[in-house]
Design a binder for this molecule. Structure first.
Ligand code: GH3
Ligand code: MG
Ligand code: MG
Ligand code: MG
Length: 300
């Protein structure tokens, strides 16, 4: 993530004066949006996914505690930091807010410099959390999504596919004769070959919903939502050719004089067939057939 991207702060307060003061305080450093009541605040939070929310407690309609509860209950807004900014100067109120999930509690009238410092601190935490989330789903060597991210997407896409569409395609892909490649060219060159293959796979997927991930070792996996078997087989065949056309020399391969890959494709459309484990098993069986029948091929 570009750390220079302007972060967004949402101010929720029923007092126009407070909204104006907080906006003036923060707008030279951040993009500030504001809402005049709890309902509007929830709507803007879902819509804009701000990096931090400054939330008044006493408001007509939904009060700050209700808004906080609803933000935490919604997956789209649950991780956004919330600072209560309130006239309620009581330890019991402050404890209640922090226990309900507020990140901080500021009593009005506030010191401008202190609010600015607290906002800066919580926005830094938000940046760090975002960075950790990204690192947790990216493979360190190839910089494409890792197995953990793939597993989450597989669960999501099997559920989505069982609600309709032409089905879900999954491709398991294994580099051919890669043990010999490492043995003859060295592990460092092997690593670079895996990086090149990952780039080709990621660049070769066409739809935004398609996913290429490193499944482990020299195995990759492709997920193609709302794709029929013919479509997936066509895409897989083009990717097999693209890897071959990288032309990474491999004099010891049984399949070709350069680095190649074998693929097995699984597809399911009916909800009773849409299990991630079943798709992986089917793709693995077909990958095995591709290996046994000569490698550098796609079996659907
Ligand atoms: P096949 O065509 O049947 O797939 O043969 P293979 O040699 O590719 O299969 P095997 O499973 O015996 O070997 C996989 C090799 O992949 C062995 C391992 O050293 C290598 N490998 C796995 N992960 C990495 C990695 O991160 N970097 C490098 N350089 N090599 C890796
Ligand atoms: Mg108020
Ligand atoms: Mg393997
Ligand atoms: Mg292999």
């Amino acid at each position: 993530m570009d750390s220079n991207v302007r972060q967004t702060v949402l101010v929720v307060d029923d007092s126009a004066l407070n909204r104006q003061m907080l906006t003036d305080l923060l707008r030279s450093d951040y993009a500030v949006i504001s809402a005049r009541n709890g309902e509007q605040g929830l709507e803007l939070a879902r819509q804009h996914q701000p990096d931090l929310i400054l939330l008044d407690v006493v408001m007509p309609g939904l009060d700050g505690h209700e808004v906080l509860r609803l933000l935490k209950a919604d997956g789209r807004t649950a991780v956004i930091g919330v600072i209560f900014i309130t006239g309620l100067d009581s330890a019991a109120e402050e404890e209640r807010g922090l226990r309900a999930g507020a990140s901080d509690y500021v009593v009005k009238p506030f010191h401008a410099a202190v609010v600015r410092a607290r906002v800066a601190l919580h926005l830094q935490l938000a940046r760090q959390r975002r960075l950790l989330e990204q690192l947790a789903r990216i493979d360190g060597l190839t910089e494409i999504p890792n197995r953990r991210h793939f597993d989450g997407m597989l669960a999501q896409e099997t559920a989505r596919a069982s609600r309709g569409g032409v089905g879900l395609a999954l491709v398991l892909l294994d580099v051919d004769c890669f043990k010999q490649y490492n043995d003859h060219y060295g592990h460092a060159k092997g690593d670079r070959a895996l990086q090149s293959i990952a780039r080709v796979l990621q660049a070769g997927l066409r739809r935004p919903a398609d996913l290429a991930a490193r499944y482990g070792g020299e195995e990759f996996v492709l997920l193609m939502p709302d794709t029929d078997l013919d479509g997936a087989a066509g895409r897989a065949e083009r990717l097999r050719e693209a890897v071959e056309q990288l032309g990474l020399p491999h004099a010891w391969s049984d399949a070709a004089p350069c680095v190649t890959v074998s693929m097995g494709i699984a597809h399911a459309a009916r909800s009773e067939d849409l299990s991630g484990a079943a798709l992986l098993l089917q793709a693995d069986r077909r990958l095995y057939v591709a290996k046994r029948t000569g490698r550098n091929r796609v079996v659907a």
